[in-house]
Design a protein around this ligand. Structure first.
Ligand SMILES: NC(=O)C1=CN([C@@H]2O[C@H](COP(=O)(O)OP(=O)(O)OC[C@H]3O[C@@H](n4cnc5c(N)ncnc54)[C@H](OP(=O)(O)O)[C@@H]3O)[C@@H](O)[C@H]2O)C=CC1
Ligand SMILES: CCCCCC/C=C/C(=O)O
Length: 491
């Protein structure tokens, strides 16, 4: 694990950091065709830190053309798997060598704490790329059950040119979750980072070229959802699309696909994730640590954040007391101070949205600071699962508490949502834990802990949290490959 530096060290890196001011198409740093640009701001103080090309459909066309040429001429897709593996490993190494600079860039751009950037986002990004790189030369194709007169090969081929549309909450890590398996599979890419947080994707594109990933393979087009995301979604030259973001925007990509070339679409979307704590849960102090981490890390700007705590009446008061105690270790402050565990929300607009939920219940702890974009970790007692904070995705550090009298009631409430991304259950009874894990309608369920799995486990949602494939694990490769049957008649 990387050692943390001091606040002044990060300040010095921030002061000397060269921030990107380009989009990256066909291996070249470019301005938008239109010449327009937009300002990227630091959420901690609202200052403008970079001006980036405000691209549109014309730039998307260029990026798709570059990606198409790179795919068809095989400069990446037809490399020997060992060569693709070596290049991806070099990219992971370069990111690791530039870890502090990338961590500071990410923090400045998104408001994420330097603590999380250095200890979670960057190491997980490197790990993810290495994991998929290592997989490239270990995946075998299949041969079907054969008669004497035929052999049928079932082979996986790269799907082609892929559009990746990314969110602002984990700019680097979500990039890695998608480019890792997509590049491993041999695809070429047109990436659209979120407008708020485009800087690290641009730096990674530069590093990819340095690592030997050929020009045209990884293109990054900056700009807004309607001006860049939609042209990607509708582009006839894009074969598959992988999106992470809100359910509302995810739906649009299905429409774009249906109205264009029926590109394959994978959607990883919102959540309203329940955490059930039963009366027999062991060690409430430890439970509280998990719940606090699950609800508040990354400011709750996390699709998998615990946002509904469904707790048995017998232990409700004791658990709330421990949650408040655990929050003493969660200082709110300057994101470049490694002591801060909570930074500002990503934008003034998002602050307004999150703060609007706080009068939907009784604030037991925390609240918003109206003068800036900081929302303190908030515990909200709500009237029930129908209360607005309990049923809408807040995407901020706000935990709604719902009290129940039985496990059946807890599971019914947990499943009473249109989302189904993650869930957790705390109980000392193993059979009860497993039965509950099976009953919860979510893509990832953790038992006596909170987490999102790791590089080896598929991540995605049930119901309106997910559609299509999965990120992470070997299963992520399904998004970026398609099956071909090759039938050989031996007669
Ligand atoms: N599941 C998750 O991981 C995430 C969920 N969310 C949820 O979404 C809410 C809104 O956040 P927001 O950033 O607006 O999330 P969006 O889903 O709108 O954004 C995700 C990505 O989609 C792009 N996009 C937005 N609108 C369109 C469009 N009309 N056509 C094509 N692409 C589009 C965005 O571009 P750009 O932003 O540059 O305009 C961004 O790159 C949050 O409060 C949270 O509840 C947000 C982020 C991640
Ligand atoms: C170290 C694991 C981080 C997982 C973050 C998962 C969030 C995804 C999202 O918000 O889309």
């Amino acid at each position: 694990m990387t050692d943390l530096l001091g606040k002044d060290d990060y300040g010095r890196i921030a002061a000397t950091l060269a921030l990107p001011d380009f989009c990256f198409i066909d291996g070249r740093k470019q301005a938008a065709q239109s010449g327009r640009s937009f300002a990227s701001t630091n959420p901690a103080n609202g200052s403008v830190i970079a001006n980036l090309p405000a691209c549109d459909g014309a730039d998307v066309d260029l990026a798709v053309a570059a990606a198409r040429t790179a795919f068809e001429d095989g400069r990446w897709s037809r490399l020997h798997p060992a060569e693709r593996k070596a290049a991806l490993l070099r990219l992971a190494d370069l990111i690791e060598q530039n870890l502090n600079e990338l961590a500071v860039m990410e923090s400045l751009d998104s408001g994420k704490t330097i603590l999380d950037c250095v200890t979670v986002d960057l190491p997980e990004t490197v790990k993810c790329l290495r994991w998929h790189a290592e997989l490239i030369d270990k995946i075998y194709d299949q041969v079907s059950p054969a008669s004497d007169s035929h052999i049928a090969l079932i082979v996986r081929e790269a799907v082609g040119v892929v559009g990746l549309v990314l969110p602002w909450n984990f700019p680097l890590l979500m990039l890695a979750w998608k480019i890792g398996p997509a590049l491993a599979a041999g695809c070429t890419l047109v990436v659209k980072p979120a407008e708020e947080t485009s800087l690290t994707a641009l730096r990674v594109a530069e590093l990819a070229l340095e690592a030997g990933i050929p020009a045209g393979v990884l293109n990054v087009v900056t700009g807004s959802g309607p001006e860049v995301g939609e042209p990607i979604g509708r582009h006839p030259g894009i074969d598959a699309l992988s999106f992470t973001g809100s359910t509302e925007t995810g739906r649009l990509f299905l429409k774009f696909s249906a109205e264009s070339n029926l590109k394959e679409v994978t959607l990883e979307m919102g959540g309203k994730n329940p955490c059930i704590v039963m009366e027999d849960a062991e060690d409430l102090d430890a439970v509280a640590e998990h719940v606090v981490n699950g609800a508040y890390w990354n400011m709750g700007e996390n699709c998998s954040a615990i946002s509904r705590l469904i707790v048995h009446r017998d232990i409700r008061d004791a658990l709330v007391e421990r949650l408040v105690a655990a929050l003493a270790d969660w200082p709110v402050g300057d994101p470049l101070d490694p002591a801060s565990r909570i930074g500002p929300l990503v934008s003034a607009e998002h602050f307004g949205k999150v703060a609007s939920y706080l009068d939907g219940g009784k604030v037991l702890h925390g609240g918003a600071t109206s003068a800036d974009r900081f929302v303190h970790p908030t515990i909200l007692e709500v009237a029930g699962n129908d209360a607005r904070p309990a049923c809408e995705e807040i995407f901020g550090p706000v935990l709604s508490i719902i009290t129940v009298d039985s496990l059946d009631e807890a599971v019914a409430i947990a499943n009473d949502t249109g989302y189904g991304l993650t869930a957790s259950v705390f109980t000392a009874n193993g059979k009860r834990a497993l039965r509950t894990a099976r009953a919860l309608r979510a893509g990832t369920v953790t038992v006596n802990s909170f987490g999102e799995g790791d590089s080896t486990t598929p991540f995605g949602g049930f119901k309106q949290s997910g559609f299509g494939g999965r990120d992470n694990g070997i299963h992520a490769h399904d998004q970026y490959t398609q099956l071909k049957t090759i039938w050989l008649d031996l007669n």
